[in-house]
Design a binder for this molecule. Sequence first.
Ligand code: ATP
Ligand code: MG
Length: 418
Amino acid sequence: MSRLCGWIIRKARVGKVLIVEICGNNSKPYVLALREDRDKELYSIAEPLDIGSAICFEGTLAPEQKSRRGTEYVATKIEVYSKPIEPLPVDIAGKVPALLDTRIKYRWLLARNPVEKAIFKIRAGVLKAAREYFEKNGFIEVQTPKIVAAGAEGGATLFKLQYFERDAYLSQSPQLYKQMLISSFERIYEITPYFRAEKFNTTRHLNESWGIDVEQGFINGVEDILQTAENLVAYILDYVRANYKDELEVLGVDLPKLTPPFKRLKFTEAVDILRSEGVEVSELEDLSDAAEKKLGEIMAEKKHELYFIVGFPWTSTAFYYMREEDGVYTRKFDLDYKGLEIASGGQREHRYRNLVEALRNKGLNPEDFEFYLEAFKYGIPPHGGFGLGVERLLMKMLNLENIREAILFVRDRTRIVP
Ligand code: ATP
Ligand code: MG
């Protein structure tokens, strides 16, 4: 005998039988088939209930599973916990597909539907898998401050706030802090929000997004970081495929197994490939979104869904990446998934003098970074890491068209409620 709870998402009458579908955290609806003549008492409780009512029932699995829509139970008791006081503003049965705008506004309600909820169950699974991977590989989970005095990724996307007598910012990324911690931790990770005042409205940017951030010391080169990144992503995909079969099924997603090593494409090779396809690309700048997408199509033809672009030019990167001897290229990489950047990372500059020079070279004032620079004075080992966007990963894994589908409450240019 189990006690199961949820909301009525659908009711139908077939002759003398009342079919009630209930969804809580379950992936497939619980189905009760109540007969007017045989189940008099339960029928009289359930019959007047509106869609949206919150109920629990006690029951056992039906010996004969007749419903194709869910798992049938034989109930012995139904308790009503709450009734809607108004008709629901959205169709939680999912018969009428809601527009994205409505889905964003009412996700907290629409998630009663197993399809909408599946995305967020898988999202939880992604983070669970990531933690499991880190646990198995000697990474310690840390938390760094989200109110900061300096940005790491350029001033343009900083959200400013008043911090008593002085200005402060919301953290764009834990970059500076995670590097500082490599003064005392061998390997760390953080699951963290990124706050970025990107003004544009795109299908792949949020103003509050989440990242899985990694930093790893005692490395022999950027290859160590590439391996951590590909092994982490492969672990997450395997974990989701193994543990979220029902959710993937309701979403209609087939998640093929992708085995590392993922393709490593040099930045210069990417430029050549794109140019040979007639795409205009600069040798000195980051790839444009259109170029990134086109490269995704070219790589897909070669059966590469996930691939690295390695060795970005110094002119395109943040100050903290290690430069190659030639001074032109760096040890920065992107990890792209079906034509979209899902992670950026690389080996960092850990040599104090070079780092100060790099700041100056990028037009930054080393004095503003004193707290950070100090961490490079006392035996910091060669290190590197990356930031992996949780919503971007989900988007590509689940073939979502808009990043807004991958987060429960959206913060973008126009949304600050709900
Ligand atoms: P892009 O060039 O696509 O705007 P970025 O290079 O500025 O991204 P990074 O600083 O490299 O982003 O951040 C690491 C990862 O965090 C990105 O690869 C991406 O997956 C994710 N990310 C960064 N900014 C956002 C954002 N505004 N919305 C959603 N995800 C983001
Ligand atoms: Mg990036």
